[in-house]
Ligand binder design. Sequence first.
Ligand code: PRX
Length: 630
Amino acid sequence: MTTYREFHRRSIEQREAFWAEEAQRIHWHKPFARVLDYARPPFAKWFVGGETNLCHNALDRHLDARGEQAALVWISTEVDGRQTFTYRQLHAEVNRAAAMMRSLGVKRGDRVIIYMPMIPEACFAILACARIGAIHSVVFGGFAAASLAARIDDAKPSLMITADGGSRMGKPVLYKALVDESLKLAQHPPRKVLIFRRGLDANMPVVAGRDVDWKELAAQHQGASVPCAWLESNEPSYILYTSGTTGKPKGVQRDVGGYAVALASSMDRIFCGLPGETMFTTSDIGWVVGHSYIIYGPLLAGMTTIMYEGVPVRPDAGVWWKIVQDYKVSVMFSAPTAVRVLKKHDVAFLRKYDLSTLKHLFLAGEPLDEPTHRWVSDSLGRPVIDHYWQTETGWPLLSAHPGVEKTPLKMGSPSFPVYGYDVRLLHESTGKPVADGEKGVVTIAPPLPPGCMTTVWGDDERFVKTYFTDFKDQLVYSTFDWGIRDRDGYYFILGRTDDVINVAGHRLGTREIEEAVNMHPGIAECAVVGVADQLKGQLPMAFAVVKDPAAVASKEARMKLEGEVMQTVDKQLGAIGRPGRVFFVTLLPKTRSGKVLRRSIQALAEKRDPGDLTTIEDPGALEQIREALK
Ligand code: PRX
């Protein structure tokens, strides 16, 4: 029996032989000539010369063996909907969507922005892009018009796909209206907008010549068959924007072959998902987890994937667990915040259903605190695996590997480095490896394994500068997370080293929120920090300097302005970035060189010691923060 340790060692020491074997899990139209080309560090090219297609591997390849098996089950507790698509039916829908896109002029290499709620058509659109070699960029529905416009201008799509609306907690969310607004702001709007009407916006405006109705176009492409474009392994499959320390989101670019191999491998070695079984990932298609483990991963593995539109506690806190029972879910993937939400409800909801088919519940996206880990393991009576990764990596970076070896779990720890990743914990200033039990920055010695981001869309230099220059004289990939390893080799993640915060598993840059706050005409400047929150992990708090102190002279005035600032953020960035509170001050604590002391502000907001203040320009500024927080 291969043990985890040996398995991991081989993946690093015999890198090429290891991945050449894993690559046999997918279909190659043309075999690759080289496993790895690392001639231009840190850019790694995997499976060079090989030709494949993600859609072929997700659908066509399974048609003979499992054409009549369910591939996609859609469940909506928002609009009370349920639909099942077999592999054959999903294949037909995707072929039709591909034909529709081609009729709208979409070609291989073109970008297609998908701004859609959790409906089957979003899955069709994603796979149709993969089929014809168009590069999809899915934007999370919670982002507002200005954020969407920034992504449009970076990706320069030839087509956008949306729906009239979505629904959240029973309330309609108008997607198309927001798309229209974003297209007014964008410099590079697409030629066409394809809209799936769900009947959620009776007054949806239509722009003649630009807007195309999905159902009308679909009627013209009934029974269409579109061949898969065979892509060289390193051609881009998609772009997914993610937040960093600047206000400008980065377009994480992924390849085709490496991604397919990494996902197919992880489905077996980490998630233990077998063909014919069912996977339920509760994320959204707008996030990396949705890409990898709602859409591609389970389908590559020949599983049934469940796509869920709704929240975990409506109609009651048993809704997910009833799905596990009814659909015999064997692999489930969710986030700690969802568990903390469930924790506020009667534990009986988790115990009411037969969960015996569930092999593991995987949790990721934010720190999983030990009490929550323990509570959910005990309540479900099933093993709960914390695992850690990033939009950039595309698949787990630290995890237990039950498909390799059943190692004991430690509460609050995402276990060990995943095979393929040469993980190093480095001292923040010396850059030397830290000892066990000592805090360091989680880094990866390149080359990054298959599946990881290959570059920043359109900006190779930014890729290198952002991720590989954190340590002087050393080319290592920084995750910007603090970690610690105990004597048994288990890792623990201690939070970010940069100004990225994590709100309910949603990754946001404080800089982005600050820019949104600053859009309010009454605000001169501001600092946003993430403050520990029992439910959401972190919550943004804004400290804003007003242009006119009279605007915040009374309590009523302050409340009014606070409400306005929150609305500005909703409009600029989206409600997910809305600060929990906005406090007003006349100056911000800064160093003499003008850097805002965010860490000190955060410490005060969390009732901790503000730390070293020798560089502060005006100590009175910190006093104001203290006062405001009272
Ligand atoms: O800070 C880490 C945190 O989420 C960040 C990545 O977020 P995102 O790009 O949205 O990708 C999520 C993919 C699951 C990381 O840099 N994070 C993710 N998983 C964990 C975590 N923090 C602690 N424990 C985890 N298991």
